[in-house]
Design a protein around this ligand. Structure first.
Ligand SMILES: [Zn+2]
Length: 246
């Protein structure tokens, strides 16, 4: 038997109405989309779900709701990038809560493992992130942002991020971390300065959860994010068919 790929399956099979219902009820980003973009979003959620292997750890099964929301989070950050599906990452591991890593000998909420193409999430923290949608802390967005930045490196043949733009982003990150302008009233929490990858992930969390504040505080950085991700959450200026937002 030939196994249909995720993209083929998602284009052939109807979107389950329960998925649509979940998104409509609970997924704020989806709620703000036009009817046309909602339909595209749903297809991409299905494609993500069918093409990745979801593996439960420390529990028997992963609730379908969690799978839908994890997929929706990945689709959210890549929605302006029509050909980006985080293909390097084929496995999503879900633990019920924080988990102990034998490598770092610490408890983790989530991580991305590029060597094995794995994204790991603690279910409890993932759900918390998206239930408290305006505090700038969102584990799902955070880990998907790591995956996205890594995807841009490993799939160099079509590096989707504009290189000078990403360099400018990193330059601003270094400056902000150097002059101590994170923490306090900044939308950026001090953890962002761990390294450039963490800064990018924290930027993505704030970009979607505290867009207005982010733009007011750090206009240039915000506009770089708009161009990198090719979408603007403030205006929901998402157009997956266009090549680039100006
Ligand atoms: Zn991180």
């Amino acid at each position: 038997m030939i196994h249909a790929t995720g993209s083929l399956r998602s284009s052939l099979m109807p979107v389950p109405s329960y998925y649509r219902e979940l998104l409509q009820k609970y997924f704020r980003y989806y709620q703000g989309l036009s009817a046309e973009n909602k339909a595209i979003f749903e297809r991409r959620v299905c494609r993500f779900m069918y093409s990745k292997q979801f593996i439960p750890r420390g529990m028997k099964t992963i609730p379908v709701e969690v799978k839908v929301f994890v997929a929706a989070t990945a689709v959210q950050i890549t929605f302006g990038l029509p050909d980006v599906h985080l293909s390097h990452f084929s496995k999503i591991l879900i633990y019920p809560d924080n988990y102990y890593s034998t490598i770092t000998r610490r408890y983790h909420k989530g991580e991305v493992n590029p060597a094995f193409g794995i994204i790991v999430l603690s279910m409890k923290n993932f759900m918390k992130g998206f239930l408290y949608g305006e505090d700038g802390v969102n584990l799902g967005l955070h880990e998907m942002a790591h995956a996205l930045r890594i995807e841009n490196i490993v799939r160099q043949e079509y590096a989707f991020f504009d290189e000078p733009l990403l360099e400018r982003f990193d330059q601003i990150a270094r400056r902000m971390c150097g002059d101590g302008s994170v923490g306090g009233d900044s939308v950026f929490r001090p953890y962002a300065c761990t390294d450039l990858h963490e800064f990018f992930s924290v930027a993505v969390e704030n970009f979607f959860e505290r867009s207005v504040q982010f733009k007011m505080q750090l206009g240039e950085l915000y506009s770089i994010m708009v161009r990198l991700l090719n979408q603007d959450p403030i205006h929901m200026m998402v157009n997956p068919f266009s090549s680039r937002v100006a």
